[in-house]
Each structure stands twice: as C-alpha cells, then as structure tokens.
Design a protein around this ligand. Structure first.
Ligand SMILES: Nc1ncnc2c1ncn2[C@@H]1O[C@H](COP(=O)(O)OP(=O)(O)O)[C@@H](O)[C@H]1O
Ligand SMILES: O=c1ccn([C@@H]2O[C@H](COP(=O)(O)OP(=O)(O)O)[C@@H](O)[C@H]2O)c(=O)[nH]1
Length: 238
C-alpha cells in the first residue's frame, strides 16, 4: 500500500461550506460527509488538526454586520466558529473519531482553551484537534488562523478545503473564463491579489515556508487524494 504524503496536516474547513444547499447554518448531510472524508484519512495514520470557519453563521464583514463596530462583529464571527467546532467534534464522535476542541477565546465552561503543548499531545495521541475561535483576534480570518496554527504545530502543509477546486486566474464565481493553476508561488498569488485566501494568511505561510493546497470540499474523495499526494487542487508554494 502506498503511504500518505504527509504525517501531520492542518485542515482548514470552510464555514460557509457547512451550509450545503441551505441558506445558513449547518447542513446535517454535509457535515457528516465532511467527517467521513476526515475519518478516511485518519485511518491512514495522518495526524490531523482542523481550523473551522464561521461564515455559515456570521461573518464580520457581511451585510448583516453593517453599521456594527468591526471588532464586535468579528468577535461574533469567532463565536460562530466555536459553534461549528462543537458540531464538527460531535459529528466526529458519532463516526468514531476522538476529537478535542480548543478555543482561542476563553470560554472554559464550553471548550478548553488553546494550549499549544496540549494540542501537540492530542495530535501525538492520534486525536483530531479542532481549533475554534480563529486567532482570537478581530481583523483576522480563519484562513490566517490556519496559517498560524499550522506553523505552531509544525504541520507539513495547510489544506484549504473550500467551495472551489483550486486557485484560479480570477474568481471563478465571477469570471467564467478564469483558469486553474496547478501550482503557484506565494509571491505571485499575493501580487496578483488572488482572493481565494487573504494576503495575511499567504504571507505568514510564505515566511514559514508552509505550503498550502487549495482543493474542493465538495468533490468526493478529494481530501484523500490530496493526502496521498495525488494530483488534486492547487499547490501554493514558496
Ligand atoms: N483567484 C481565485 N481563485 C479561486 N477562488 C477565488 C479566487 N478569487 C476569489 N475566489 C473566491 O474565494 C472563495 C474561497 O474563499 P472564502 O470565501 O474565504 O472561502 P472559505 O469559506 O473556504 O474560507 C471561493 O469560493 C472563490 O469564489
Ligand atoms: O482570527 C479570526 C478568525 C475569524 N474572525 C471572524 O470570524 C468570521 C468567520 O470566519 P471566516 O470568515 O474566516 O470563516 P469561513 O470563510 O471559513 O466561513 C470572520 O468573518 C471574522 O469576522 C476573526 O475576527 N478573527
């Protein structure tokens, strides 16, 4: 049997993708399917940490936050990621995966706080760690949280599972003529303002020499193919 290409990865799951075809919130079938994908790669012995987004519930820059103080809206967004993290960890439990949620914001009655050595210990024990509340700071995104936590846990790669199947020359939702890159350097992605991830996340990964793979969360089996090092999505590299 061929071995996985990575031993430890940071998986960023889009909050917005949790909606499935619903207008907001968490779609049951969608979260179960995502967890089934995670279970499949966990069986291969890959150490897996997850950063979950919150856009399905609240986004600090959404129209619903108009007129609000940006930092307040962002804290709401971070709390939304905590709800998603709890739902995700529970869905994992139902599929036989032991998961631990760690929050960047102190809410001890609900989830344990993020403590780096503890997170590393869980990973070594084969548990899935779900990082909630992003970076814990307003004006950031969960993509940046993925870059940060990925660096902290010495992940070999950040896997961004999102609604598109890679990085395109322009936003494929707006430009039907956009074409997908097989791979692209951080500098090119930043200088071309490719908005699939924010520049802060790209810059942090570039400085830490932490590659990113952008791939589809919707495509069946894509996560496993990425883990096996097969041709899937777009690699963003130094
Ligand atoms: N150059 C690009 N290549 C791919 N996707 C892009 C690009 N520019 C903008 N996007 C948009 O970025 C979205 C993914 O980023 P984001 O909205 O932050 O998703 P997530 O919920 O995964 O964090 C895609 O759905 C796509 O519409
Ligand atoms: O470190 C962080 C991470 C997230 N957020 C807030 O939480 C929201 C949800 O996260 P994100 O938009 O990254 O989730 P996703 O795109 O995956 O749905 C963001 O819009 C921000 O308002 C924040 O303020 N700081």
């Amino acid at each position: 049997m061929t071995k996985p290409a990575y031993q430890r990865v940071l998986l960023k799951l889009s909050g917005e993708a949790l909606m499935g075809d619903d207008p907001f919130g968490i779609n049951r079938a969608t979260i179960e399917r995502m967890v089934a994908d995670v279970a499949e790669v966990q069986k291969l012995g890959v150490e897996l940490a997850v950063v979950i987004g919150g856009g399905n519930i609240f986004r600090g820059v959404a129209p619903g936050a108009q007129g609000m103080d940006r930092a307040t809206a962002d804290y709401m967004g971070m709390l939304a990621t905590v709800m998603n993290a709890l739902a995700l960890a529970d869905a994992m439990r139902q599929q036989g995966i032991t998961a631990r949620v760690m929050s960047a914001i102190g809410i001890e009655q609900v989830v344990e706080p993020y403590v780096r050595p503890k997170a590393l210990q869980y990973l070594e024990e084969g548990k899935v760690v779900v990082f909630a509340a992003g970076t814990g700071n307003p004006f950031f995104t969960t993509d940046t949280a993925a870059a940060l936590r990925g660096s902290e846990i010495s992940a070999e790669i950040v896997l961004k599972a999102t609604k598109v199947d890679g990085v395109y020359t322009a936003d494929p939702k707006k430009d039907p003529h956009a074409t997908r890159y097989e791979s692209i350097s951080f500098d090119e992605a930043i200088s071309k303002h490719l908005a699939v991830m924010d520049a802060t996340a790209f810059a942090l990964c570039r400085d830490q020499k932490l590659p990113i793979k952008v791939f589809s969360i919707v495509k069946p089996g894509a996560l496993k193919r990425v883990i096996m090092g097969e041709d899937e999505g777009t690699l963003v590299h130094v």
